[in-house]
Design a protein around this ligand. Structure first.
Ligand SMILES: NCc1[nH]cc(CCC(=O)O)c1CC(=O)O
Length: 296
């Protein structure tokens, strides 16, 4: 029997996500043990993501395991994978997209926001967009995995959290969702809701063809091309969300410089499904010029 060892972060969400791939491989008659590892990003919890050096800290250990042969594929939340990819460790496929929206979560038993407490979210992308929806609310960063954040919320540290619907749904916690934000109210992070499979260059990944979703690949490549084109990463408030509508690619995105003190601009663009990076680069250029005109 062929064995494919799955490298995974050790959070409950990461393991649940890896089990989705494991189950598919087992159904194909493949032995697919999950090898969990704590990443540097998971260990540093007293600083925000941009202070700890960005998303690369959430994949470094998994990449090392692939390179030294302790694992054969990694399963990632794509939104946590740096936009600049390592050609020796290509992304080899993408899952069906879970709900891409951001959501508001209130403390257990609460039905409205306590204006005396901040809303917890670490992403500048979320803060800037949510401030427009909740102009009277304060915001404070929150680190840790989803379950850790929910405990901080229920312990009274925050009036609410802004989280990804996808993580809560995969954890079986959809009932904690108090409000769904439309992808216009809060443009999601590039790749939000999609799992990325990563392997060593040359890895025979044909067995995964029945799992991966080619439409997901098109839309997330468009989203990540936008992030690369504007030079964005975790600290800069950038967002991109693409869908395929009536055979056309539709991209909505947000751009700001620095950490967003100057505000941000948003825009949309349609284009051919076969040219996701072309659509992304055109919107990136448009928004960078618009930002300089309006905020520069
Ligand atoms: N870094 C946090 C993270 N990475 C992936 C998800 C959710 C799952 C996904 O978007 O696929 C989350 C939780 C959140 O943003 O609320």
């Amino acid at each position: 029997m062929r064995t494919i060892r799955i490298g995974s972060r050790e959070s409950r969400l990461a393991v649940v996500q890896s089990e989705l791939v494991q189950r598919y491989l087992q159904e194909q008659g493949i032995d697919a043990p999950i090898i969990t590892m704590k990443t540097t990003g998971d260990k540093i919890l007293d600083r925000t993501l941009d202070q700890v050096g960005g998303k690369g800290l959430f994949v470094k250990e998994l990449d090392a395991a692939l390179l030294d042969g302790r694992s054969d594929i990694s399963v990632h939340s794509l939104k946590d994978v740096p936009a600049e990819e390592n050609p020796r460790l290509p992304l080899i496929g993408y899952s069906d997209r879970e709900d891409p929206r951001d959501v508001l979560v209130l403390p257990e038993g609460e039905t409205k926001l306590n204006e005396k407490l901040p809303i917890g979210c670490s992403s500048r992308r979320r803060v800037l967009q949510a401030q427009k929806l909740y102009p009277r609310m304060g915001f404070r960063s929150v680190r840790g995995n989803v379950l850790t954040r929910l405990k901080k919320l229920d312990d009274g540290e925050y009036s609410a959290l802004i989280l990804a619907a996808a993580g809560l749904k995969r954890l079986g916690l959809a009932d904690r969702i108090s409000r769904y934000f439309t992808t216009e109210e809060i443009i999601p992070c590039a790749g939000q809701g999609v799992l990325a499979l990563q392997g060593r260059k040359g890895f025979d990944c044909a067995i995964l063809n029945g799992y991966v979703n080619k439409e997901s690949e098109i839309v997330v490549k468009c989203e990540r091309s936008f992030i690369r084109a504007v030079g964005g990463e975790c600290s800069s408030p950038v967002a991109a969300h693409a869908v395929i509508q009536e055979g056309e690619l539709f991209l909505r995105a947000m751009y700001s410089k620095g950490t967003g003190e100057m505000g941000y601009v948003t825009g949309e663009r349609k284009g051919p499904v076969h040219d996701p990076s072309g659509v992304a680069k055109a919107l990136a250029q448009q928004l960078m010029e618009q930002f300089e005109q309006e905020k520069g």
